[in-house]
Unconditional design. Structure first.
Lengths: 373, 282
């Protein structure tokens, strides 16, 4: 290695603490599960790999942990390639979906395990186990066995065990997947709190988009072995790079159309029923090509007195009473279904089934994207 | 027996018949084993119940056949041999069988079924064929008539039992525990002894007990391979049946029944414990 490359690798290690460079992975030497994965992760960042099951997100995590080898490309931690280091020498914490607590050891023994492996003195082990139990508020559980704990408690122990040897990177593979909804939200807070208090770099895998949006600094959206978009949660939601991301993150209305004109970052789209609409342009194809107009349900309104820049005629089908909000379902003449989400206040309209209604949205409320499928 | 009201007379007869058959089968299996117990305390050198035994006359019973075992050098040698050969063969079979089962349970392992079938073959192939094969092969190597030969042969017979029990205990094994251990910084050997071994231990121990019992009452291979120096208890009983007709052989048999019974209880206890550990109760 030359001097310049050393300078290069040490330079900017805080911004490129973990690097995936052109990583490819194939299990059978024929089909690539991960196709050219590139990602730079900052030190202390909370990055989530989000995607449908089988999209390659867990494989990326396992390659970083060292449980799967890399078919080609390289993974660097702090400027050093780790692909040839044994998993037990990588010093990376890991939390598994099904906890992976050792059932024959007590909670204290589970927590002490990584410390004993590292030949840390007994008194120090005892002190750190105590501290760690306090950290996850399980002080009285030291002598219990994992089988005697509830799912949430087990996951807290697993979390504590992955942190007790002070790794700089912690990987979490759908850690909350086995928990029920309330517990999951509680654990999300817990993980966020620990991340903020301890400042480790977290890489989190999930297929739950709410979890990804609420917890992460950045989210990488996986689809079929590639990253569709990697950005902060608000960017993913408000400025999706393509129609896959637009559909995968949150709910979205999609109206097929054709590109009429593109200028100044705006796209004029002729919708399937002939209506013209102007919205922001993201990755629209060339003029004349098919595209998709996407409108978030909360950006689409039922027109009353004044309508916005765009509007379309639709017939009311049914409504879903959610509680804090009401969802109205409409159908276009072309058969496309649309959903409007309205706050449940005095302004929530009452509609007859089959009534023709104007739906309206602003230029910034919609986004013209490519047409997938 | 209480039957539901809707049962017809024929269903009732059928149910009674089923019960009767089950008891008859049980009796057929147990009586030959149980009957030797009182006979081994016979004061007379006969294999039948004497008048006195049937009337529970204390003088008709004695422990002299048990004393006989311990006064007879042949029996003492046979007992020593049985335990020595059994222990050595068990050790080898347990180590080999455990490793084989772990290797075979790894999804990366190619030809799993073929290798498994080959390793289990000593259990399936008629013993006389295995024994004859071993006889010719071991004689070539100069192993027949030696302790080493008998131990290796018994280890080969016991290994399949260990493979089966360890394999069963691995079937419920959560492999993410292995990854968790490696990820926490434990090298593979440390992981084996601290995570895998404690969890499959019930399987290993019950496999070892099966291997020991196999060696302990094996007589065919012994007949082929063992010299007079390596006579084991079953071999000694076998010749005892023809040469020295007295109830010593029954006393030995009772001791064997007791030992086997204890081993069986241990296996059952371990199996139940293994299930408790897996379900997380402990």
């Amino acid at each position: 290695m030359t001097d310049t490359s050393i300078a290069d690798s040490s330079h900017g290690t805080n911004d490129q603490y973990v690097r995936f460079v052109n990583v490819k992975k194939s299990y059978d030497q024929r089909i690539l599960v991960v196709k050219d994965f590139n990602l730079d992760i900052k030190k202390g960042e909370f990055v989530t790999l989000l995607g449908p099951s089988g999209s390659g997100k867990t494989t990326c995590l396992m390659m970083l942990a060292g449980f799967e080898d890399v078919t080609s490309g390289s993974i660097l931690v702090n400027g050093e390639p780790v692909t040839d280091i044994a998993p037990y020498h990588r010093n990376i914490g890991m939390v598994f979906q099904h906890y992976a607590l050792f059932p024959h050891m007590t909670i204290a023994e589970n927590l002490a395990y990584p410390l004993k492996v590292r030949k840390i003195s007994a008194s120090e082990v005892e002190r750190r186990v105590k501290e760690s139990l306090a950290l996850v508020e399980l002080n009285d559980f030291a002598k219990r066995y994992p089988g005697q704990l509830s799912g949430g408690q087990k996951q807290r122990v697993a979390l504590a065990r992955s942190l007790i040897f002070e790794p700089s990177i912690v990987l979490m593979d759908e850690p909350l997947g086995a928990l029920d909804k309330n517990l999951r939200e509680q654990m999300q807070f817990e993980i966020k709190r620990l991340h903020e208090d301890l400042g480790f770099t977290a890489i989190y895998v999930t297929h739950d988009q709410t979890e990804a949006l609420t917890m992460s600094d950045r989210v990488a959206v996986f689809n079929d072995g590639i990253v569709e978009q990697c950005a902060a949660p608000e960017v993913l939601y408000e400025q999706p790079a393509n129609s896959f991301v637009a559909n995968f993150i949150g709910e979205n209305n999609r109206i097929p159309g054709t590109v009429k004109r593109i200028e100044n970052g705006l796209a004029q789209v002729e919708l399937i029923d002939g209506t013209l609409a102007t919205t922001g342009n993201k990755n629209c194809p060339a003029e004349g090509a098919p595209c998709t107009l996407t409108i978030r349900p909360e950006n689409l309104f039922i027109a009353s007195k004044h309508s916005m820049e765009n509007s379309i005629q639709a017939s009311f089908m049914t409504r879903l009473y959610v509680g804090d909000s009401i969802r109205y379902f409409f159908k276009l003449s072309s058969g496309t279904e649309l959903m409007v989400k309205t706050l449940n206040d005095q302004h929530a309209p009452v509609l007859e089934r089959g009534a023709m209604t104007q739906l309206t949205w602003s230029t910034t409320g919609g986004l013209a994207l490519d047409r997938s499928e | 027996m209480k039957f539901p009201k809707y049962f017809s007379i024929w269903q009732k007869i059928g149910m009674h018949g089923l019960r009767l058959t089950a008891w008859a089968v049980l009796a057929f299996l147990m009586i030959p084993i149980l009957v030797i117990i009182p006979l081994s305390f016979n004061a007379e050198p006969y294999f039948t119940f004497t008048e006195g035994m049937l009337t529970f006359d204390p003088d008709a019973y004695s422990l002299k056949w048990y004393a006989e075992i311990f006064n007879d050098d042949k029996w003492m040698l046979a007992i020593k041999n049985s335990f020595f050969i059994g222990a050595c063969a068990t050790l080898i079979a347990t180590v080999l069988g455990t490793f084989a089962a772990i290797g075979l349970s790894n999804p990366v392992m190619p030809f799993q079924r073929a290798i498994m079938a080959m390793l289990l073959s000593p259990m399936i192939v008629p013993l006389i064929i295995t024994a004859a094969g071993m006889y010719f092969f071991y004689t070539q190597l100069g192993l027949s008539g030696s302790y080493l030969g008998v131990i290796i042969a018994h280890a080969a017979l016991g290994t399949p039992f260990v493979i089966i029990t360890v394999n069963a205990s691995l079937s419920g094994f959560d492999y993410s525990l292995m990854r968790a251990s490696l990820g926490l910084g434990a090298p593979p050997v440390y992981t084996f002894f601290n995570v895998i071994m404690p969890l499959i231990r019930p399987g290993v121990i019950s496999g070892a007990l099966f291997a020991f019992v196999t060696s302990f009452d094996e007589v065919v291979v012994i007949l082929f391979l063992a010299g007079p120096e390596q006579r084991t208890i079953p071999r000694q009983m076998f010749s005892g049946l023809r040469e020295q007709i007295n109830p010593t052989i029954l006393a030995v048999a009772v001791l064997l029944v007791v030992i086997s019974g204890l081993l069986l209880l241990t296996i059952e206890y371990l199996r139940a414990r293994g299930e408790r550990i897996r379900s997380g109760e402990i």
